[in-house]
Design a protein around this ligand. Structure first.
Ligand code: AP5
Length: 203
Protein backbone atom coordinates (compact mmCIF):
# COMPACT_ATOMS: atom_id res chain seq x y z
CA UNK A 1 0.00 0.00 0.00
CA UNK A 2 0.90 3.64 -0.21
CA UNK A 3 -0.41 7.04 0.79
CA UNK A 4 -2.63 9.23 -1.40
CA UNK A 5 -0.53 11.57 -3.55
CA UNK A 6 -2.08 14.64 -1.89
CA UNK A 7 -1.37 13.44 1.68
CA UNK A 8 -0.31 16.23 4.06
CA UNK A 9 1.94 15.69 7.04
CA UNK A 10 2.42 17.90 10.09
CA UNK A 11 5.08 16.99 12.66
CA UNK A 12 4.26 17.89 16.27
CA UNK A 13 7.45 18.39 18.26
CA UNK A 14 8.57 19.77 21.60
CA UNK A 15 10.31 18.62 24.77
CA UNK A 16 9.01 15.89 27.08
CA UNK A 17 5.88 17.24 28.75
CA UNK A 18 5.63 20.34 26.56
CA UNK A 19 2.00 19.39 25.75
CA UNK A 20 2.18 17.71 22.35
CA UNK A 21 -0.48 15.14 23.20
CA UNK A 22 -2.71 17.75 24.86
CA UNK A 23 -2.65 19.99 21.78
CA UNK A 24 -3.17 17.06 19.39
CA UNK A 25 -6.42 16.22 21.22
CA UNK A 26 -7.62 19.76 20.57
CA UNK A 27 -6.58 19.66 16.92
CA UNK A 28 -8.52 16.42 16.42
CA UNK A 29 -11.72 18.11 17.58
CA UNK A 30 -11.48 20.80 14.88
CA UNK A 31 -9.61 19.22 11.99
CA UNK A 32 -10.11 16.09 9.92
CA UNK A 33 -6.88 14.29 10.75
CA UNK A 34 -5.18 11.08 11.70
CA UNK A 35 -3.15 11.50 14.90
CA UNK A 36 -0.24 9.13 15.44
CA UNK A 37 1.97 9.44 18.52
CA UNK A 38 5.35 7.72 18.28
CA UNK A 39 5.42 7.29 22.07
CA UNK A 40 1.92 5.73 22.12
CA UNK A 41 2.81 3.35 19.28
CA UNK A 42 5.95 2.29 21.16
CA UNK A 43 4.08 1.80 24.43
CA UNK A 44 1.57 -0.42 22.57
CA UNK A 45 4.48 -2.42 21.17
CA UNK A 46 5.91 -2.82 24.69
CA UNK A 47 2.53 -3.98 26.03
CA UNK A 48 2.23 -6.53 23.23
CA UNK A 49 5.29 -8.26 24.67
CA UNK A 50 6.89 -8.59 21.22
CA UNK A 51 10.64 -8.98 20.91
CA UNK A 52 10.90 -5.47 19.46
CA UNK A 53 8.76 -4.18 22.34
CA UNK A 54 11.07 -5.71 24.91
CA UNK A 55 14.09 -4.00 23.36
CA UNK A 56 12.26 -0.68 23.23
CA UNK A 57 11.16 -0.90 26.85
CA UNK A 58 14.73 -0.86 28.12
CA UNK A 59 15.67 2.12 25.93
CA UNK A 60 12.56 4.10 26.93
CA UNK A 61 13.28 3.58 30.63
CA UNK A 62 16.69 5.13 29.96
CA UNK A 63 15.15 8.09 28.11
CA UNK A 64 16.95 7.03 24.93
CA UNK A 65 15.61 6.89 21.39
CA UNK A 66 14.63 3.54 19.94
CA UNK A 67 16.13 2.63 16.52
CA UNK A 68 14.79 4.69 13.64
CA UNK A 69 13.50 1.66 11.72
CA UNK A 70 11.16 0.75 14.58
CA UNK A 71 9.27 4.06 14.74
CA UNK A 72 9.33 4.53 10.98
CA UNK A 73 7.78 1.10 10.34
CA UNK A 74 5.07 1.57 12.98
CA UNK A 75 4.16 5.01 11.65
CA UNK A 76 4.15 3.94 8.01
CA UNK A 77 1.97 0.91 8.75
CA UNK A 78 -0.64 2.97 10.61
CA UNK A 79 -0.59 5.86 8.16
CA UNK A 80 -1.42 3.56 5.26
CA UNK A 81 -3.96 1.49 7.22
CA UNK A 82 -5.80 4.63 8.37
CA UNK A 83 -6.87 5.55 4.84
CA UNK A 84 -6.48 9.21 5.88
CA UNK A 85 -4.69 11.98 4.09
CA UNK A 86 -3.99 14.61 6.73
CA UNK A 87 -1.60 13.35 9.39
CA UNK A 88 -0.43 14.71 12.74
CA UNK A 89 2.76 12.90 13.57
CA UNK A 90 3.42 13.50 17.28
CA UNK A 91 6.87 12.95 18.83
CA UNK A 92 8.62 12.18 15.56
CA UNK A 93 11.17 12.95 14.11
CA UNK A 94 13.25 13.31 17.25
CA UNK A 95 16.64 13.12 15.55
CA UNK A 96 17.98 14.16 12.16
CA UNK A 97 18.33 10.57 10.93
CA UNK A 98 14.59 10.10 11.57
CA UNK A 99 13.72 13.23 9.61
CA UNK A 100 15.83 12.10 6.66
CA UNK A 101 14.52 8.51 6.72
CA UNK A 102 10.88 9.65 6.91
CA UNK A 103 11.19 12.06 4.01
CA UNK A 104 12.85 9.39 1.90
CA UNK A 105 10.41 6.60 2.77
CA UNK A 106 7.20 8.67 2.83
CA UNK A 107 7.32 12.32 1.85
CA UNK A 108 8.43 15.74 3.12
CA UNK A 109 6.25 17.34 5.78
CA UNK A 110 4.05 20.34 5.15
CA UNK A 111 4.77 22.06 8.45
CA UNK A 112 6.14 21.53 11.94
CA UNK A 113 4.50 22.69 15.18
CA UNK A 114 7.15 23.12 17.85
CA UNK A 115 6.10 23.64 21.47
CA UNK A 116 8.60 25.73 23.37
CA UNK A 117 8.65 25.28 27.15
CA UNK A 118 11.27 25.84 29.88
CA UNK A 119 12.72 22.67 31.35
CA UNK A 120 11.56 23.46 34.91
CA UNK A 121 7.95 23.74 33.71
CA UNK A 122 8.13 20.48 31.74
CA UNK A 123 9.68 18.70 34.71
CA UNK A 124 6.94 19.96 37.02
CA UNK A 125 4.23 18.72 34.63
CA UNK A 126 5.79 15.30 34.16
CA UNK A 127 6.36 14.71 37.87
CA UNK A 128 2.72 15.60 38.49
CA UNK A 129 1.49 13.37 35.66
CA UNK A 130 3.78 10.58 37.00
CA UNK A 131 1.64 10.42 40.14
CA UNK A 132 -1.22 8.93 38.13
CA UNK A 133 0.04 8.02 34.63
CA UNK A 134 1.77 4.79 35.52
CA UNK A 135 4.40 5.71 32.91
CA UNK A 136 7.69 4.18 33.92
CA UNK A 137 9.57 7.14 32.42
CA UNK A 138 7.82 9.85 34.49
CA UNK A 139 10.32 9.83 37.36
CA UNK A 140 12.99 12.42 38.18
CA UNK A 141 15.91 10.35 36.96
CA UNK A 142 14.42 9.31 33.61
CA UNK A 143 13.02 12.80 33.03
CA UNK A 144 16.56 14.18 33.29
CA UNK A 145 17.74 11.68 30.69
CA UNK A 146 14.81 12.49 28.38
CA UNK A 147 15.77 16.19 28.54
CA UNK A 148 19.37 15.35 27.64
CA UNK A 149 18.27 13.30 24.63
CA UNK A 150 15.94 16.11 23.61
CA UNK A 151 18.64 18.80 23.72
CA UNK A 152 21.30 16.71 21.99
CA UNK A 153 19.25 14.93 19.34
CA UNK A 154 15.88 16.65 18.91
CA UNK A 155 16.72 20.37 18.96
CA UNK A 156 18.74 20.03 15.72
CA UNK A 157 15.52 18.84 14.04
CA UNK A 158 13.80 22.08 15.08
CA UNK A 159 16.70 24.10 13.64
CA UNK A 160 16.55 22.11 10.42
CA UNK A 161 12.87 22.89 9.83
CA UNK A 162 13.30 26.52 10.92
CA UNK A 163 15.91 26.79 8.18
CA UNK A 164 13.37 25.42 5.69
CA UNK A 165 10.77 27.95 6.85
CA UNK A 166 8.39 25.15 7.87
CA UNK A 167 8.61 25.38 11.66
CA UNK A 168 6.01 27.25 13.74
CA UNK A 169 7.42 27.85 17.22
CA UNK A 170 4.67 28.29 19.81
CA UNK A 171 5.03 29.03 23.50
CA UNK A 172 3.66 26.06 25.46
CA UNK A 173 3.64 27.91 28.79
CA UNK A 174 0.13 29.46 28.82
CA UNK A 175 -2.93 27.29 29.61
CA UNK A 176 -3.78 24.72 26.86
CA UNK A 177 -6.68 26.75 25.38
CA UNK A 178 -4.39 29.75 24.93
CA UNK A 179 -1.62 27.68 23.35
CA UNK A 180 -4.20 26.27 20.96
CA UNK A 181 -5.07 29.70 19.52
CA UNK A 182 -1.66 29.80 17.80
CA UNK A 183 -1.87 26.14 16.82
CA UNK A 184 -5.20 26.63 15.11
CA UNK A 185 -3.99 29.71 13.25
CA UNK A 186 -0.90 27.84 12.01
CA UNK A 187 -3.02 24.94 10.74
CA UNK A 188 -5.50 27.28 9.06
CA UNK A 189 -2.49 28.90 7.41
CA UNK A 190 -1.58 25.64 5.69
CA UNK A 191 -5.26 24.97 4.85
CA UNK A 192 -5.57 21.89 7.04
CA UNK A 193 -8.95 20.24 6.43
CA UNK A 194 -11.62 21.37 8.91
CA UNK A 195 -14.18 18.99 10.33
CA UNK A 196 -17.53 19.62 8.69
CA UNK A 197 -19.61 21.43 11.29
CA UNK A 198 -22.92 19.94 12.39
CA UNK A 199 -25.78 21.57 10.50
CA UNK A 200 -28.78 22.78 12.44
CA UNK A 201 -31.94 20.72 12.27
CA UNK A 202 -34.98 22.55 10.89
CA UNK A 203 -37.38 23.69 13.63
P1 AP5 B 1 6.69 10.29 24.20
O1 AP5 B 1 5.55 9.45 24.63
O2 AP5 B 1 6.61 10.98 22.92
O3 AP5 B 1 7.02 11.26 25.38
P2 AP5 B 1 7.55 12.74 25.43
O4 AP5 B 1 8.03 13.36 24.18
O5 AP5 B 1 8.51 12.71 26.54
O6 AP5 B 1 6.29 13.55 25.68
P3 AP5 B 1 5.06 13.24 26.60
O7 AP5 B 1 4.09 12.35 25.98
O8 AP5 B 1 5.57 12.83 27.94
O9 AP5 B 1 4.51 14.70 26.74
P4 AP5 B 1 3.67 15.63 25.75
O10 AP5 B 1 4.54 16.67 25.14
O11 AP5 B 1 2.79 14.84 24.83
O12 AP5 B 1 2.82 16.37 26.83
P5 AP5 B 1 1.34 16.06 27.37
O13 AP5 B 1 0.32 16.65 26.46
O14 AP5 B 1 1.22 14.63 27.73
O15 AP5 B 1 8.03 9.39 24.17
C1 AP5 B 1 8.38 8.53 25.25
C2 AP5 B 1 9.65 7.77 24.94
O16 AP5 B 1 9.43 6.94 23.76
C3 AP5 B 1 10.87 8.60 24.55
O17 AP5 B 1 11.58 9.04 25.69
C4 AP5 B 1 11.68 7.60 23.71
O18 AP5 B 1 12.35 6.66 24.51
C5 AP5 B 1 10.58 6.88 22.94
N1 AP5 B 1 10.28 7.54 21.66
C6 AP5 B 1 9.19 8.31 21.38
N2 AP5 B 1 9.25 8.79 20.13
C7 AP5 B 1 10.38 8.30 19.59
C8 AP5 B 1 11.02 8.46 18.33
N3 AP5 B 1 10.50 9.24 17.39
N4 AP5 B 1 12.19 7.82 18.13
C9 AP5 B 1 12.75 7.06 19.09
N5 AP5 B 1 12.22 6.87 20.31
C10 AP5 B 1 11.06 7.50 20.57
O19 AP5 B 1 1.37 16.97 28.68
C11 AP5 B 1 2.19 16.65 29.78
C12 AP5 B 1 1.46 17.06 31.08
O20 AP5 B 1 1.36 18.47 31.14
C13 AP5 B 1 0.04 16.53 31.15
O21 AP5 B 1 -0.24 16.15 32.46
C14 AP5 B 1 -0.82 17.73 30.72
O22 AP5 B 1 -2.09 17.71 31.30
C15 AP5 B 1 0.01 18.90 31.18
N6 AP5 B 1 -0.10 20.06 30.29
C16 AP5 B 1 -0.10 20.02 28.92
N7 AP5 B 1 -0.19 21.26 28.42
C17 AP5 B 1 -0.23 22.11 29.49
C18 AP5 B 1 -0.30 23.53 29.60
N8 AP5 B 1 -0.37 24.32 28.53
N9 AP5 B 1 -0.31 24.07 30.87
C19 AP5 B 1 -0.24 23.27 31.96
N10 AP5 B 1 -0.18 21.90 31.90
C20 AP5 B 1 -0.17 21.34 30.68
Amino acid sequence: GSLPADAQIVFVLGGPGSGKGTQCDKIKADFECVHLSAGDLLRAEVSSGSEIGQKCEALMKEGKLVPVAVTLNLLKRDMIQSGGKFFLIDGFPRAMDQADAFEKAIKPCEAVLFFDCPEEEMEKRLLKRGETSGRSDDNAETIRKRFKTFVEQSLPVKEHYLGLGKCHVLSAVPPPDEVYVGVKAALEGIKAPKKSSDFALPP
